[in-house]
Write a new protein. Sequence first.
Lengths: 453, 109
Amino acid sequence: MKQSIRIASGQGFWGDLQSAPIDQVRNGPIDYMVMDYLAEVTMSILQKQKMRDPKLGYAKDLVPLFEKILPDIVINDIRVITNGGGVNPIACRDAIFAVADRLGFKKLKIGVVYGDDILDKLETLTGQGVNFENTETKEQLSSVRSKIISANVYFGAFPIVEALKQGAQIVITGRTTDTGLTLAPMIYEYGWTNDDWNRLAAGTVAGHILECGGQASGGNFSAGWRSVPDMAHIGFPIAEAYPDGRVVITKHEKTGGRVSSATVKEQLLYEIGNPREYITPDCVADFTSIQLKDIGINRVEVSGVRGYPATDFYKVSMSYFDGYTAFGTLTYAWPDALEKASKADEILRIRLSDLGLKFEEIRTEFLGYNSCFGPLADHSEAMNEVVLRVGVRSQDQGAVEQFSRSIAPLILTGPPSVTGFAGGRPRPSEVIAYWPALIPKSSAASHVVVETN
Amino acid sequence: MKIQLAEIAHARSGDKGDTGNVGVIALRESYYPLLVKYLTVERVKLHFSGICLGKIERYELPNLGALNFLLHQSLGGGGTRSLKNDAQGKTLSSVMLRMELDITESISL
C-alpha cells in the first residue's frame, strides 16, 4: 500500500481556468487529477446538445485538454477522474480514444460510469412508486412532468473505484457527486470498506475542499485578499491523502495563491446546509468534527472527521423548461444618475403595460447601488454613474422579445446622459429550472465499463 | 463599543436553490464567542430584511470558529429562474460583514 497519494483538483466548474489542469500535471508530482464539470443546470444544456447531435452531450473542453495532457499523464502514470462525461460519457470516451489514436498512444484504458441518466425510465419508475417529490418545495412531479428535459441520479465514489480496479487510467462519468471524484482514489488505494464511515467522511470532506478548484487556495478569499500572492498564476488545491483518513491540503510549489486554514475554512462553509449532516451517496459527514491545523507553508492538515451511515437514497437532479427571460441594461451618468435611472425604469414599465404585456416578474436593480445590498444600500448624491438593469420572465416568448425591443428607445426618449447599449437588443433565453428529488438506491443502478483503444 | 462584523470575521456565501448560505468565520479564536452571542437569528433576520423573505437557520461549528446561516427565499426564486444580478448569493457574505454590532465587551482590533 502506498504511504500517501496526491490528488489534484484540475477544474472547479465547466468554464474554469483552462491552464489549471495542465499546470497540475506538469508543475509537480501528483497521482490523480479530478475535474468537476457539472453544475445543476449543466446537465440540461448537455441533454439539449445530445438531442441535436447524438455524438454530443459531454464537456467538449475535455478533447483539446487531453490533446495537451495525455502525454504527461501516460508518462507520469497519473490517473484522471472526471464527471465531464455529462449525459454522454461513452461518446466522451470515444472522442478521447480518437485523441489517443492521433497521438499514437496505444492500449489506453478508459473507464466509463453510466446509468445515472434516467430520463427514459421516468415513466417506469413513477409506475413503481418513486414519486420524485421536489425536496425543496415539496411539489409533486406531475406539475412539471411534461416539461422535463433531463433527469440524472447522483452516484458516489464506488462505481469509480470499480473502474480503477479494472485498471482504468482515465475514468469518465455522468452525474457523479463532486466529492465522489476525490474520495474514489482513496478507497481504491487503501482498500477502505463501504461501511468505514469515518474514513469515507474524511475523503468526502477532502472532496468538498477540492471541488471548487482555486476557491480553496486563495481565490474568492475574504480574509485578506490583497495578501494572496500571484493570483494570476493561482495553484489549484491538492489533497495529500493518508491511509488513516488524514489529509493534507496543499498546492504545487512555485504557484500563486495560498493554502491556509483560513482559505480552507471558507471553502468548507461554501454551499453547505446543516454541518452535522453533509449527505452524499457514500456517507453522512459531520463537518463539526473537522480539525484543521497549519503544519507548514501552504500545508493544512485535516483530521478527526467523523462519519455516519449513508442514507438509502440517491439524490436526483432534474431540469425542466420554464419560460423565457431577458435582461436589459443602460448606464446613467451624473448628475442625478440614480434618479434618472429610476425614471427610465418607470417609463419602461408604462410602455410595457401599454403594450398589454404580461410577465411573471419584472425586476429592477441598479448596479453600483443596490443589486447586492438591496434595501441596505447607502445612497450617495454624488454617485458618478449607475447601471439600470431590468429583467423579465414570462412563459410567452413574444412578450420577452417585445421587452427586448423596448430598451434602446429609452436612450432618445427618456432621461438624459445615458449610454451602454453597444451590445444591441438583449437576447431572450430559455429558463431551465431545477427539480431536486430522491430515488431509493434499490431503484437505480450504475454501470461500469473499462475498455482499451 | 461599536464594531463592524468585518472587523472580527470573514465570510463566504453561496446558493442552494432559493436559499442562500453564509458561512461566518471568526478572524481570531477569541472572537468566536462574540459571533455566537451577537449574531443571533433575530439580529441577522433584521439585517437582511427586504433581502431574505423566508426563515433563517443558524448552525454552530465551534471546531472552525464559525457559524453557518441559511437564508431561505433570498435569491429571487434561485437558479436560472432568478432575475437577480446575484442569483447565486455570492455577495450575501459582503452584506453580512457590513453589519454593525454594539458589543459590551472591550476588544482590541
